[in-house]
Design a protein around this ligand. Structure first.
Ligand SMILES: Cc1cc2nc3c(=O)[nH]c(=O)nc-3n(C[C@H](O)[C@H](O)[C@H](O)COP(=O)(O)OP(=O)(O)OC[C@H]3O[C@@H](n4cnc5c(N)ncnc54)[C@H](O)[C@@H]3O)c2cc1C
Length: 434
């Protein structure tokens, strides 16, 4: 039943983005319900690499990506895979991806990434404290590693320039210095680059669940149901769900890779696909790491977590619900064994998760065109865990009519729509910080 005088908000999706949005709406006085067909954190937020990438300013679409992508697509061990059966879904996305890979756009995207992700560690530290799980969030540094030092050219590489110009601390560790910093690493690796400060979580799943529990303790409701359609009708939007009809003044679509199923029928033109990634987690590896590792040639990450050593990566462009191709996980397993020759990596648990990806690596945050009370918060790609808390604050500020000291245009949900007109509701408004 509706409590007198309180505005209702329904958040669709109990992943990290939906749960953080629900908490922030609740803190602004909304009566909030989360609806998800799964339990909190069981979507893509379940099995990520746990990195709170506060220095993330480099989009996937970088100048020169085309030639790199072609050689990757020809390599069976490559981290990049296009599921050819999904080409009707991915072709337009790939075209927009190519358009995003130019220097002026990349520089603008880097600024927008910094604005969204730069406070990630502090925001997760605060939320995890409030949720009573502060031990799950830790400060750390990345260690990028390569066998060929030329692959980590911090002096001339554009990605390093983007990071340095936005405040990252960068330290090169060659030869012995690298192996002193990370002793379990194979001697085949010749160069490391330490980058920070960043953070990581010991369990992205338990972190999302703990935030959901905090939301419930503070009076929030979680309904386990599938949302089938949204029916806007003036100031109230109805929801058709597997558990019956629901309604609220504000709806937030935070349904990850599935968000378009609900937003497209309302007219949103957003290229959003599943950038499917895999992990293998080794429960008893016999080693632990001093850093979060990022393999610069094969593009995968390794994190020491409470459930073991997690090796995570792969960019398989396709549809969220296609069955996993476990040979992708086998590639990660082979690469992990080569990376840590002394570790016990005989058997690990495998997982596939669909990252909700846009061509320019920026999420869509804001109202759907023509539907001011229906917001979308989706498309964080490789960085949804990192961006969950700040996205939640932005969503709640927009819904509550607060002023934001942030230019929202880079995240506009209709930014890829060629017919769009400038939207004053998401323009830059100086004033209060979200
Ligand atoms: C291998 C891998 C490694 C990664 N590593 C990192 C990392 O280190 N750091 C980082 O920041 N990010 C990382 N990511 C990305 C991150 O995991 C995602 O960006 C993030 O989980 C997306 O969160 P979300 O809440 O948008 O989506 P999800 O977690 O997928 O949540 C969406 C929810 O919506 C629900 N839903 C969808 N449709 C409906 C419907 N119609 N009705 C009801 N419910 C619905 C789903 O059940 C799901 O629970 C990684 C991803 C992968 C795959």
């Amino acid at each position: 039943m509706r409590s007198a005088g309180r505005q209702r908000a329904i958040v669709i999706g109990a992943g990290i983005v939906g749960v953080c949005s629900a908490i922030e709406l609740q803190r602004r006085g909304w009566a909030v319900t989360i609806v998800d067909r799964l339990a909190p954190g069981e979507g893509c937020s379940f099995g990520n690499a746990g990195i709170l990438a506060a220095q993330a300013v480099v989009p996937v679409a970088m100048p020169g990506i085309e030639s790199e992508a072609v050689s990757m697509l020809l390599d069976p061990e490559s981290p990049l895979v296009v599921r050819w059966g999904s080409l009707p879904w991915t072709a337009r996305w790939l075209w927009k991806f190519r358009q995003a890979a130019n220097l002026p756009r990349v520089v603008a995207t880097a600024d927008a990434m910094k604005a969204l992700y730069g406070t990630s560690l502090e925001l997760h530290e605060a939320l995890s404290r409030q949720a009573g799980v502060q031990d799950l969030v830790r400060p750390t540094r990345y260690l990028y590693i390569a066998r060929d030092p030329a692959k980590l050219d911090v002096e001339n590489g554009l990605s390093w320039r983007l990071r340095r110009e936005r405040g990252a601390e960068i330290e090169v560790l060659d030869g012995e210095a690298l192996h002193e910093a990370e002793p379990e690493l194979s001697r085949e690796y010749k160069r490391g680059v330490r980058l920070g400060p960043i953070g990581y979580t010991l369990s992205p799943f338990r972190l999302t669940q703990s935030y959901a529990a905090l939301f419930q303790r503070e009076g929030g409701r979680i309904v386990r149901a599938e949302v089938r359609a949204l029916r806007p009708a003036g100031a109230v939007t109805g929801l058709e769900t597997s558990a019956g009809q629901m309604a609220a003044e504000t709806i937030v679509i935070a349904a990850g890779s599935w968000s378009l199923d609900l937003a497209r029928p309302l007219g949103l033109k957003l290229p959003l696909i599943a950038e499917r990634g895999y992990h293998v987690t080794y429960a008893d590896p016999g080693i632990s790491l001093n850093h979060v590792l990022s393999e610069a040639e094969r593009h995968f990450a390794v994190t020491s977590m409470e459930m073991g050593l997690r090796v995570a990566g792969t960019e398989e462009l396709g549809r969220a619900d296609d069955p996993p191709a476990w040979r992708r996980a086998e590639v990660l397993e082979r690469q992990a064994r080569a990376m840590f020759p002394r570790a016990n990596l005989s058997s690990g648990s495998r997982w596939m998760g669909p990252r909700p990806g846009t061509p320019d690596s920026l999420p869509a945050i804001g109202p759907l065109p023509g539907h001011p009370n229906i917001l979308i918060a989706a498309g964080h790609g490789h960085l949804g865990l990192t961006g969950g808390p700040n996205t939640g604050r932005i969503v709640a500020a927009i819904a509550s009519g607060e002023r934001l000291n942030l230019d929202l245009a880079p995240y506009a949900p209709d930014r890829f729509d060629p017919t769009k007109k400038p939207d004053v509701a998401v323009a830059f408004i100086p004033g209060k910080t979200a």
